[in-house]
Design a protein. Structure first.
Length: 148
């Protein structure tokens, strides 16, 4: 029977677009997240806060301890093209600091005599030895009571 069919459409007669679908052409999205190149998931993942690697040299830390001048930030990319100031871009100072020397010159903030602040929440905390525990004899490593 030539009019009988197995339900499969002949080759080249596949129904695309499917019936009932909108007849609009495909327009690729123009958002930056739609681009594939250099668009890693961890950059736009808002549910997780992945740690970012930051490397500080001893000269950087010593400069911060000395109270070095912080460089002014550059204007954002979307801002107007005029620079914020008429000066040239600030380059890092060529003076290098020895971290050991800077720490030795600085006033000791915390040490054996001066402890760092702790949260007290308005109450004084004291260490008391528990009274419900019997002292263990010297030289006994596995204290055990024997019942005969």
């Amino acid at each position: 029977n030539p009019k009988s069919t197995d339900g499969m459409l002949p080759v080249g007669k596949y129904r695309t677009p499917s019936p009932g679908s909108p007849q609009t052409p495909y327009v690729p999205p123009k958002t930056p997240n739609a681009k594939v190149a250099n668009n890693y998931y961890f950059n736009r993942d808002t549910r997780r806060n992945y740690p970012r690697l930051a490397v500080y040299t001893q000269q950087d830390v010593a400069g911060l301890l000395m109270g070095g001048k912080v460089q002014e930030s550059l204007p954002s990319v979307g801002a107007d093209s005029q620079p914020v100031t008429d000066t040239k871009l600030v380059t890092p100072s060529q003076q290098t600091y020895d971290l050991a020397q800077v720490v030795a010159e600085q006033q000791v903030a915390f040490g054996n005599g001066v402890l760092p602040p702790t949260p007290g929440w308005g109450k004084k905390v004291e260490w008391n030895v528990s009274t419900d525990h019997e002292a263990i004899e010297e030289g006994i490593y596995w204290p055990m009571k024997q019942y005969v």
